[in-house]
Write a new protein. Structure first.
Ligand SMILES: Nc1ncnc2c1ncn2[C@@H]1O[C@H](COP(=O)(O)OP(=O)(O)OP(=O)(O)O)[C@@H](O)[C@H]1O
Length: 620
């Protein structure tokens, strides 16, 4: 197994987060599969930890091709998000246990065909508690939670009607970080990332509404190197722990994890794991192969242990741009994207197949009313850039959610939307966590966020599994061969053609594709792989030809059968005519008949009238 067996059960987990142990070099199995242009770089974090990373010219392009609507052993059937009614919102007293079961269903059906059905973006809302400042000025609470994923916003002016919104789940102010892990649906995303899907969880909302708190906890917690089991840790650390649990549950698979962490600051993409002295921005490019945007030359860290993922998070959190304004002392001044790529190598039958899943955690900078945040100078410039990119995001969401409009979606108008394009309307699985504040002074921003979130709920994506082109080809050819063999067998049986089945396959004249074991397939040189693919293609063609011939024979037989039955009908009709003539004649005996049902001579031809006839003749 490329990945070292993780030790993550809450009781047995060993956590070395603050130790200065260097990360392990990438396993040799991985080295072979990386592009030759990749170079290994070593960076040292501020706490002295080595981040050994591979800088690949095009991380996305090296990832192989897409397989739509196909299945491989172990891929999950896509399950629709639960409807609103089945997911109760978290109550103030902390009850909410019934939701776990309904979300967990998504992991079932692991042998079913992978559907390419559309999937709605899952939208949950988290309401932060009233803070000390708001409490000190006795700010009014504007929100009510009637349950069933609903939020009621009281009218801000007298006589104004309350507005009701509904979502998949609503986390009330009393909800804990653990509740968000359990009931937001993030576990499903992680499970799907392990299965090969591209998944994204992003937090959206106004400044100070709790986005960073939801993802990484209170300010400074991650950087302080707190235990991974600290109650305040956000979704990211909790997801890392859950991810390693999932990997441990698949001992038959090889996993390779790679992580990257970037921020979009003033419309420039910066590498948070390799900030360098000059903070040179990275380019966002379009990949023709994967048909998505990617960041060129992004630092990617091989993560063999849970500890490695924590180091990546900690380093990125130290390097991200944070500022202060009147609404948030630790305000994110950039959008950040933390990505963990999960490569899974699995052997099923004779095929070794690799899937490339991904989980992105996106912490968006909050929208700001610059008047309220009293922004000036640098903070004002940051706020303008943040608001501009969020406006483009909002426009894309509005366009995508309107099923009637099929027009242009302006992804290219900002770096943020370029990088989120695939999550919003592409081939990914997406969770949006809309963060809001409950107080009256934030009312209009809260309404805006709730409207955004309601729109996002209507967006559909079409999740697909990413596989290596070679694996995808061999897998699909083998499936086709199997389907054709089954058809062949069926046709031969129907036509009573002799079939010699030897346990491995049917005895065939020209077919002799070698059965290569899973391990051997992996070690085969390129030339032999090409030969194997060619053999499969030849076998395919031969089976197709034979099946076509069998179909022709079957059609001929069907035609003959039809002719025969017509002839039968004609003869029967003739017999009827003869019989009717006979019954009309007093001297000719009537047609033969079956003997009475139930008599001992059932189904034996008798001629009831023949005895009568003999009587008649004797009488005459
Ligand atoms: N659910 C919560 N429980 C307790 N404290 C919270 C909660 N949500 C937010 N806070 C606190 O409120 C403050 C602001 O939250 P946070 O920095 O996460 O907001 P933000 O939406 O990320 O803001 P910005 O967009 O400006 O970065 C922080 O001190 C945070 O710890």
């Amino acid at each position: 197994m490329a990945l070292r067996s993780p030790q993550v059960s809450s009781s047995s987990m060993v956590y070395h987060h603050r130790q200065n142990t260097p990360m392990r070099a990438p396993p040799t199995a991985l080295m072979r599969n990386l592009s030759k242009s990749a170079e290994t770089l070593v960076a040292t974090t501020r706490c002295g930890k080595e981040l050994k990373a591979r800088k690949v010219r095009s991380t996305e392009q090296a990832e192989g091709s897409l397989v739509k609507g196909s299945s491989s052993g172990g891929l999950p059937m896509l399950v629709k998000w639960e409807d609103n009614d089945s997911l109760k919102s978290r109550s103030r007293n902390g009850s909410g246990s019934s939701r776990a079961a309904s979300l967990d269903r998504s992991t079932q059906g692991s042998n079913s065909a992978l559907s390419s059905e559309e999937d709605n973006i899952n939208v949950v809302v988290r309401v932060r508690p009233v803070n000390d400042k708001e409490r000190s000025i006795r700010e009014q609470n504007m929100l009510e939670f009637p349950g069933k994923g609903q939020i009621v916003c009281q009218g801000s002016a007298p006589g104004q009607k309350p507005k009701v919104f509904s979502y998949n789940v609503v986390f009330e102010p009393a909800a804990t970080q653990e509740d968000v892990l359990e009931y937001s649906g993030i576990k499903r995303l992680l499970e799907m990332a392990v299965q090969g899907f591209s998944c994204t969880a992003f937090c959206y909302g106004q400044t100070g509404s709790g986005k960073t708190h939801t993802l990484t906890g209170p300010p400074g917690l991650v950087e302080s190197g707190a235990s991974p089991f600290a109650a305040d840790h956000g979704l990211v650390v909790r997801s890392f722990v859950y991810l390693f649990q999932l990997l441990r549950d698949h001992p038959d698979c090889h996993f390779v994890l790679k992580a990257s962490f970037l921020e979009i600051y003033n419309e420039k993409v910066m590498d948070l794991l390799n900030p360098g002295t000059s903070r040179k921005p990275l380019q966002v490019r379009w990949s023709k192969d994967s048909r998505s945007f990617y960041v060129e030359n992004l630092f990617t860290v091989d993560c063999e242990q849970l500890d490695d993922l924590f180091a990546v998070l900690e380093e990125g959190m130290r390097n991200r741009s944070v500022g202060s304004h009147s609404m948030n002392a630790h305000s994110s001044r950039s959008h950040t994207v933390l990505s963990v790529r999960v490569r899974r190598d699995e052997s099923s039958r004779d095929v070794r197949c690799s899937t490339h899943g991904k989980i992105n955690f996106v912490d968006l900078a909050g929208s700001e009313m610059t008047k309220r945040t009293n922004s000036t100078g640098k903070t004002l410039e940051e706020a303008n850039n943040i608001n501009r990119s969020l406006m483009v995001l909002g426009y894309c969401i509005a366009q995508l959610s309107d099923g009637r409009k099929k027009g242009h979606i302006p992804y290219r108008d900002s770096k943020l939307t370029k990088l989120l394009a695939d999550s919003l309307a592409g081939n990914g699985v997406t969770l949006m966590i809309a963060c809001i504040s409950p107080t009256k002074s934030n009312f209009s921003e809260t309404l805006n966020t709730l409207r955004y979130a309601a729109r996002a709920k209507k967006i559909k994506t079409k999740p697909i599994v990413k596989m290596d082109a070679r694996d995808a080809l061999i897998l699909s050819l083998q499936r086709e061969v199997q389907a054709l063999q089954a058809e062949n067998m069926h046709l031969r049986t129907a036509l009573h053609v002799q079939v010699d089945y030897d346990g491995e396959g049917y005895s065939r004249r020209n077919r002799g594709t070698p059965q290569v074991s899973a391990n051997k397939l992996y070690t085969l040189p390129q030339t032999e792989l090409v030969e194997l693919v060619q053999l499969h293609m030849e076998e395919n063609t031969a089976l197709r030809q034979e099946n076509t011939e069998l179909f022709v024979v079957r059609d001929q037989l069907l035609r003959e059968q039809e002719l025969l039955s017509r002839e039968n009908e004609r003869l029967l009709k003739k017999l009827e005519d003869v019989n009717s003539v006979c019954t009309r004649s007093p001297i000719i005996p009537a047609r033969p008949a079956y003997s009475d049902v139930g008599s001992n001579d059932a189904n034996i031809w008798t001629n009831r009238t023949s005895s009568t006839n003999s009587v008649i003749s004797s009488n005459s």
